[in-house]
Design a binder for this molecule. Structure first.
Ligand SMILES: Nc1ncnc2c1ncn2[C@@H]1O[C@H](COP(=O)(O)OP(=O)(O)OP(=O)(O)O)[C@@H](O)[C@H]1O
Length: 228
């Protein structure tokens, strides 16, 4: 039965004269892994930033897990992001000199958990991502694939409703990329986390349940709406 966790309706967004989004309707089902594909500059990041409440569309609405993000102030949206959304980027989100455990524990400490509880959770997530024996190493001394697993653990440790992953394996070779995507998909399937995955790469998109294609600020193709 359909159980949407994100419902976006009529999204438009311009930056000066550039119309980045020109009227997008999109529904993401709870527990679904959705790939967002499209050429460079087509509007993928702008769409995902609107879906995650990072920016507000010029018109249209985004309801995420029952909350209308477009009715909230920037501060309220920031709170929703902290509590219900995880992010993984291509690189740059980890503190390279802290240990993997400290990196993953950080969002829990920011949410007010004790150091002891945060570390226990962090180590458990590192373990789930195959890094149980790397918990005391710093991402700066790890391979790119290992560091991305730490980033994924950090994004999931707060048990977000939705994980937004923007080219999460874009800086990895194909073997590491497949291994990291496989590990990520295993833990999100286990935890029932919804994933919105931006990618240029068809092999990466193949890990998703469904793909949508953004072209010139519009969704194109037959995959834009959930099959009946
Ligand atoms: N903050 C901004 N200021 C001005 N123009 C912007 C801004 N953000 C995006 N744009 C423009 O909006 C359009 C869509 O950009 P967007 O980053 O969403 O595309 P994309 O599909 O994610 O591209 P890429 O795959 O290269 O990351 C582009 O023409 C881009 O130059």
């Amino acid at each position: 039965m359909a159980d949407p966790i994100i419902t976006a309706t009529g999204l438009t967004k311009s930056f000066g004269p550039t119309q980045a989004l020109r009227g997008i309707d999109l529904t993401v089902e709870r527990g679904e892994v959705l790939a967002v594909m499209g050429p460079s500059g087509s509007g993928k990041s702008t769409l995902v930033h609107c879906l995650a409440g990072v920016i507000s569309p010029d018109s249209g609405s985004v309801v995420l897990d029952g909350t209308d993000l477009t009715a909230l102030s920037p501060d309220q949206r920031a709170k929703v992001r902290l509590q219900r959304i995880g992010f993984v980027f291509q690189f740059g989100q980890l503190l390279p000199d802290l240990t993997a455990t400290d990196n993953v524990a950080l969002p829990l400490l920011m949410a007010g958990r004790s150091r002891r509880a945060a570390n226990t959770q962090a180590i458990a997530w590192l373990d789930r991502l195959g890094l149980g024996d790397q918990a005391d190493k710093s991402p700066g001394s790890m391979s790119g694939g290992q560091a991305q697993r730490v980033a994924i653990a950090r994004a999931l440790v707060t048990r977000p409703a939705v994980l937004f992953a923007d080219e999460p394996t874009g800086s990895l070779d194909s073997v590491s990329s497949e291994s990291v995507l496989g590990a990520m998909l295993e833990v999100v399937r286990e935890s029932g986390t919804t994933v919105v995955l931006i990618t240029h790469d068809a092999r990466t998109a193949a890990y998703a349940d469904r793909e949508v294609i953004v072209r010139d600020g519009l969704l194109s193709g037959a995959y834009a709406s959930v099959p009946a």
